[in-house]
Structures are given as C-alpha cells and as structure tokens.
Write a protein that binds this ligand. Sequence first.
Ligand SMILES: [Zn+2]
Length: 48
Amino acid sequence: MQAYCLKCRAMRDLEAAQQVTLKNGKTAMQAPCPVCGTRMSKLVKTPV
Ligand SMILES: [Zn+2]
C-alpha cells in the first residue's frame, strides 16, 4: 500500500500501517513516512 507524503511530496510505501477509525466513522490506515517520519494517512474502504 502506498500513501502520499505531504512533506516529501512523493508517494511512499506504508510499512506496518495501522488501521484506525476516524471520528467520522471512516477507516484509514496510518503509518510513518520511512523517509521523514511524518505520519501519513490513507482512507480505505471497508466492506459493510
Ligand atoms: Zn515523508
């Protein structure tokens, strides 16, 4: 899975991404950028 790092302005691979549920009920994957350490989030669709 890849996510866009706002700080690097590049796509980075998400390693050891953790699934989190946002306040609005949506599911996202979060993982630190392997290059700069900034937390990246990527929304994911979950089957109902
Ligand atoms: Zn980065």
